[in-house]
Ligand binder design. Structure first.
Ligand SMILES: *Cc1c(COP(=O)(O)O)cnc(C)c1O
Length: 641
């Protein structure tokens, strides 16, 4: 018996193509209806939320796309996973210290995000980290968990130190991390004035560098941190001021999105040695803070590519715990309390952007009739004959050369007024017909001439997405980060259109043309053919870390509408929308740029009134125009469907 030939497109094919189960981390998958769904708590997989139902509810609530969707359960689950993994491995290793993690708010400072993390982290005494004055003011108010740490990184002035000590008087466990030596004099001065013993940390400049985009966070040229000699001097200075006991924490952070576990191991080893040596010198630190850097497998390759990581959470935590333990045991010093500052790994999965495709741009989108007319230019005839004869020609390169040459010549001839505009349109139409047929002919060919290798890309569609890369996916533009982007429905159908994605900003950089497709990185991604009856929605995933809050005002699009989703067992769709946060209105973004929308509305009204008085606009129409202008001012900045 021969094996049955697999002809039908199946869910597994869609999953393999888009890599959902690879980057989805157990949260995202496909359901039987062919839609993307989210399992907010992978340990309770009967709770599944279908994106089609989410889209439906968003429409019913009259919320315009694009929309940021936050899954609060995912956020909670990530907090629990990190803390429980540390607890589990600390117990397994019989490690004598505790784990007291903190969430660095710079990764996503949205109030709802911070609140959720604090609440979910309370059972684990999970704290917050701040790197600026505004963030410190935030964490002072929000880090209410007893015994949780507040870690303060970043450069500080006197006011910052005052605030920090105020927080300490309010009962917060605040650690002031010294980033450069001169801050030490400041903290000594302020502490003496107020009469409080601060908890002081020092950030070490590490010799090990992280690998990946942020490797500059380590090494001699790192912006933050003290050298070994500075650390020793700092400790001695504190001791001379009777503040030696205040020095309690050693901090290091070798970069974000660490792609290679070897960098983690090396950093732990180096940090553990510094900690042990400080003990030997008579400075018994209590905490070692290993910073952030726990990576996310954005491209699903489990590799050391910049958008991936070659380790799991368990491996990361085990390397931290066992690595620290080994050095401490050898050096005969106590195991310190471990602190980590993972931000990306906590928040990346919890939010995504849903947007709709509002159009398709193709080079060959328009065709004119190419019928022969008497007296036409020879170039049109040549191109038509090439199209007629190409199936009998062996050499694809020759077909390509001839077609390109005729097209170029026709374009020159047009400039000399030898070919008219209708003839030029015929040449163009025939050219793209030939290219399309060449592309089909080359599919699966063993050898593709170099010039023809980009044919797929040249002929690919651009799907126009109703969003701004600069607002919603800044890192794809700024540092070439790959973020997964996939259709949210129709996965029972084979996607047949190769396309790249462009946004609605008028910036030609506003595009996504780097995707993981199967096991390859490609500049086009297969999507489904658009049809008129049905809207087509895409999800841009793993946007919860940095992307959510780094967006800028390019083209004045501003913040997106947001819906916050909670899973709920008793609901037929397993969820409810707990909160809707309206995105920027045109008025909002104009005010930020110092315009005065209400006086603009008055000015436009005055202009309309003038035209009404002059009899150029009917009064009724004038009122409508005024209302229309005002409605647009208070409306959403993105495209309306
Ligand atoms: C940015 C930053 C973090 C967070 O890093 P992730 O890679 O997002 O975990 C932690 N600590 C410090 C000092 C940082 O600057």
């Amino acid at each position: 018996m021969t094996a049955p030939i697999k002809t039908q497109w199946q869910l597994e094919d869609a999953d393999a193509l888009y890599g959902i189960s690879k980057w989805g981390a157990g949260y995202f998958g496909l359901n039987k209806q062919g839609n993307v769904c989210v399992t907010p708590d992978p340990t309770k997989d009967h709770l599944q939320i279908d994106f089609a139902a989410v889209i439906e509810e968003i429409k019913q609530e009259n919320i315009q796309f694009p929309v940021v969707v936050r899954f609060h359960d995912v956020l909670r689950n990530q907090v629990a996973q990190l803390n429980e993994t540390f607890q589990k491995i600390i117990a397994e290793a019989n490690y004598q210290g505790l784990y007291r993690g903190v969430y660095p708010v710079k990764v996503n400072q949205m109030r709802e995000v911070v609140e959720e993390i604090v609440e979910a982290g309370a059972p684990y005494h999970y704290g917050l980290e701040a790197g600026s004055k505004a963030e410190l003011l935030t964490v002072m108010a929000y880090n209410t968990t007893h015994d949780a740490l507040t870690i303060l990184n970043g450069y500080k002035d006197e006011e910052f130190m005052h605030l920090a000590l105020l927080a300490q008087r309010l009962g917060r466990k605040v650690v002031i991390v010294i980033e450069k030596f001169s801050e030490l004099h400041l903290i000594v001065k302020v502490a003496k004035e107020i009469g409080i013993d601060p908890i002081i940390g020092v950030r070490a400049k590490m010799s090990v560098k992280g690998r990946g985009k942020w490797e500059g966070s380590g090494g001699d040229r790192a912006k933050f941190g003290l050298t070994i000699s500075e650390i020793i001097n700092a400790a001695r200075l504190l001791k001379s001021q009777d503040m030696g006991h205040c020095l309690q924490l050693l901090h290091f952070h070798i970069g974000s999105q660490l792609t290679d576990i070897r960098a983690v191991k090396e950093a732990i080893n180096e940090g553990a040695l510094i900690y042990a040596e400080m003990h030997h010198l008579g400075f018994p630190l209590q905490y070692v803070d290993i910073g952030g850097g726990l990576g996310i497998d954005y491209d699903g390759t489990k590799s050391t590519s910049d958008s991936s990581r070659n380790y799991t959470l368990d491996e990361y935590v085990a390397d931290v715990v066992y690595g620290m333990q080994e050095v401490c045991d050898l050096e005969k010093v106590p195991h310190p309390t471990l602190v980590s500052e993972s931000g990306r790994a906590i928040t990346a999965h919890h939010s995504c952007v849903i947007t709709e495709i509002v159009g398709e741009i193709r080079p060959d989108s328009a065709e004119v009739s190419v019928e022969a007319v008497s007296g036409e230019h020879i170039l049109v005839t040549n191109m038509r004959e090439l199209a007629q004869n190409m199936d009998t020609m062996e050499n694809t390169q020759e077909i390509y050369n001839d077609a390109s040459q005729y097209k170029e010549q026709a374009s020159d001839a047009f400039k000399f007024r030898v070919v008219d505009i209708e003839e030029l349109a015929k040449v163009e139409t025939l050219y793209w017909q030939i290219m399309n047929r060449l592309r089909i002919r080359l599919q699966g060919a063993e050898f593709v001439p170099e010039e023809l290798q980009t044919l797929d890309f040249d002929l690919s569609s651009q799907y126009l997405c109703n969003f701004s890369i600069f607002q919603s996916a800044a890192d794809t533009w700024a540092i070439d980060q790959i973020l997964p982007v996939i259709p949210l429905t129709r996965h029972l159908e084979k996607p047949t259109v190769n396309c790249s994605l462009v946004d609605i900003t008028c910036d030609s950089d506003g595009k996504l043309d780097k995707f993981t497709v199967g096991r390859e990185i490609s500049n086009v991604i297969p999507m489904h053919a658009l049809n008129r009856e049905e809207d087509y929605y895409l999800g841009l995933f793993l946007t919860g870390a940095y992307q959510d809050v780094m967006g800028d005002m390019h083209n004045l699009f501003g913040r997106l509408n947001e819906v916050h989703i909670f899973s709920y067992d008793d609901d037929p769709d397993d969820f409810y929308i707990e909160e809707i946060v309206r995105g920027s209105s045109v008025e909002n973004v104009l005010s930020i740029m110092q315009y005065n929308p209400s006086s603009m509305a008055k000015d436009v009204k005055r202009l309309i009134d003038k035209e009404v008085s002059a009899g150029n606009i009917k009064p009724r129409e004038g009122v409508k125009l005024t209302d229309f202008y005002e409605n647009c001012l208070s409306g959403y900045t993105y495209l309306k469907r």
